[in-house]
Design a protein around this ligand. Structure first.
Ligand code: GLA
Length: 346
């Protein structure tokens, strides 16, 4: 069942809505401002409903958020070096909003746009038309993200896009998971993380992928078997120390396609297990290294390492390195992608 309620107003004074997807056991809240996931309420091992994503209580708080809490990110998730890329021999210049680089769609990415919402049975469809030249990107891009909460407490997120010229795309959802519960203000040091990746992309001092792909074996990035997150985040791995935590793309595959388990996250204290599946070649794991947000739900203050994001996506800076999976979307071709976050207890 999907219902709707008022979520306040955005910066322009427009009405913002909150859509509630329910299956009788769990619920997911999504707003048409930036197609943000606002809440994911799932039962813990004692049956207590627990909201496992950071977020805020009203639309205005999202309008001012710079950490992309639960946002749908586009047109291009992650960083593009100096905000420049060449496509079909032409150079494009994008907004640079993260030091010298482009991040997450630019000054006003999808996270700040009002989406058109449409309830289609148990699926919530959110669409946005990004005009030619927006934030510097070529072509009129028709974008849709849809959310479905299954009976198995799996939230499916499907992305569709089509453009009238060749362009580049990279979409993700930027949910900040804390399986202790979002309002506990606890860190994720008690979480166990598994990532099905043999390698990760090294970042430079601005967290920009520098084109190097490094095997995880023998490093603090080796999460091929479930590992305690606190030990790694507070450990001495040079890449992790340099970024104050994890903020790296893990290599799931060198091409898009196969739908597979990317990662799982588990919290023994609540017994909540999150399994993440995707057809994307990468997952940016970000441990909230810069998080400092005072207007969280019910007044919660979210600090460093109080969440972990599993941002399924194409490779960062893929516009720069031809050996990375191509981010090019050809004119008239449909981009489609799916990510599932499934919740259970164990
Ligand atoms: C991404 C980036 C991080 C940070 C967050 C937003 O995950 O990789 O470096 O910018 O978004 O705060």
């Amino acid at each position: 069942m999907i219902s709707v309620r008022d979520f306040g107003k955005n910066l322009k004074g427009e009405d913002v809505q909150l859509f509630i997807l329910e299956n009788g056991k769990a619920s997911v809240y999504i707003t048409d401002l930036g197609a943000h996931i606002v809440s994911i309420n799932v039962p813990d091992k004692n049956g207590v409903l627990t909201d496992v994503v950071l977020g805020a209580d009203n639309a205005l708080a999202y309008a001012g958020d710079i950490s992309y809490m639960g946002a749908t990110v586009g047109r291009f998730a992650n960083r593009i070096e100096k905000g420049k890329f060449i496509l079909n021999g032409k150079e494009y210049t994008l907004a640079t909003n993260n030091g010298p680089n482009h991040l997450h769609g630019g000054d006003e990415g999808f996270n700040h746009k009002m989406f058109d919402a449409f309830v289609d049975g148990e699926t919530l469809r959110m669409s946005y038309l990004s005009p030619d030249g927006e934030e510097g990107f070529p072509g009129n891009l028709k974008f849709e993200v849809s959310f479905t909460l299954g009976d198995d407490n799996a939230l499916s997120i499907e992305y569709k896009a089509v453009c009238d010229t060749d362009t580049v795309v990279n979409f993700t959802n930027h949910a900040y998971f804390n399986l202790n519960g979002a309002i506990t203000e606890k860190t994720v040091y008690n979480h166990t993380l598994k990532i099905n990746a043999e390698a990760f992309c090294r970042g430079d001092e601005n967290c920009l992928a520098d084109g190097t792909i490094v095997p995880v074996r023998g490093t603090g990035m080796d999460f091929r078997t479930p590992s305690n997150l606190g030990e790694r985040l507070l450990g001495d791995d040079a890449d992790i120390v340099a970024t104050g935590g994890i903020d790296h793309n893990f290599v799931l595959a060198m091409q898009r396609g196969e739908f597979k388990e990317a990662a799982h996250l588990y919290c023994e204290d609540t017994g909540i297990l999150l399994e993440c599946f995707t057809d994307q070649p990468g997952v940016q794991v970000y441990s909230g290294n810069f998080t400092d947000y005072k207007d969280g739900k019910c007044g919660a203050y979210y600090k460093k390492h109080t969440a972990v994001c599993l941002e399924t996506q194409g490779f960062p800076n893929a516009t720069t390195f031809s050996y990375f999976p191509s981010p090019v979307l050809k004119a008239g071709e449909e981009f489609r992608s799916k990510t599932v976050y499934r919740f259970s207890v164990k």
